[in-house]
Design a protein around this ligand. Sequence first.
Ligand code: OGA
Ligand code: NI
Length: 367
Amino acid sequence: MLEVREREREREREMAGNLSVSEAKSVGKSIQEMSMDGDEPPLQFVVKEHTFGSKQHDSSSESILIPIIDVSLLLSSEQELLKLRSALASSGCFQAVGHGMSSSFLDKVREVAKQFFALPVEEKEKYGRAVNESEGYGNDRIVSGKQVLDWCYRLTLKVFPANNRRLALWPENPVDFRETLEEFSFKTKAMMDQLLRSMARSLKVEENSFLKQFGDSAMMMARFNFYPRCSRPDMVLGVKPHTDRSGITVLLQDTQVEGLQVLIDDAWINVPTIPESLVVNLGDQMQIMSNGIFKSPMHRVLTNEKKLRMSVAMFNEPDPDAEIEPVEALIDETRPKMYRNVKNYGVINYQCYQEGKVALETVRVGT
Ligand code: OGA
Ligand code: NI
């Protein structure tokens, strides 16, 4: 059964009866239909905290910029390595250039993503996500009745280990979707592995300290995100604030439409679009392995009243069966071991999400 349909029925049930006419107008419509009709978003999408947007653009945050790092210099330039370390120890996020992927190739990835999303609903639903699964196409997974819904569609696919791919969920249309994702996955994985070695060198520890913890069966998920236009960007988010559960995330942004924001020093900072760059975000598991020296940043996505936005996120995670731990050489008296050894952090993270807990806090030493 398709989550999308299930969602519509649930929405109808919940909204029947006690809503005003203008609110009830949208009952039963999909996000895309509401987007096209310019409807007022139903209450389930409205962010309740009165702090919505209030941390944006105060004058003290104007000077905070997301660093740009040239990956091709990391092997030769001590200065670039220092920049990498300070970026990851402060914001946990940077824009990577010099990564070796051509602009035309990145455009190709964006193009197949856009073509898939432009297909008729029935065609996309052939790849629909089953209710209790993470792979496939649909809206965000509902884990609690009180959850505020994201204004977005996603296509999530496991790309590594390659023998665990569920090809039945890989679109056959556009015809070059599969081979393009395959190539993007290999190139991204190579870049991530290089970055993981550089991250270790930047901390003066053995260069495989992080990489080897991902294991030979490291897992990579690809997620294509589509954020339709929304009539109330002041009240509705594309994605709620979260940290990634991954080890490391690489994000290909839309060439024109901004939306991603990272929380730095209590301010939401825009991550600008730079067509040839790839955004690198650390996930919780690298915060654990670096013994808390590197940060897994809180981030969110805004909606846009005028334009559809898309992005492609690649999440690289240690093999769920392997135990990860803070690198020994990063533990000392001034910085005692901060996190326990953990296995299968994805499951811990998901349970915490359901219970409204911060996953990283539950694996801290002493909790
Ligand atoms: C994510 C995410 C950001 C974006 O998928 O985890 O944070 O810009 N996406 O789509
Ligand atoms: Ni994210």
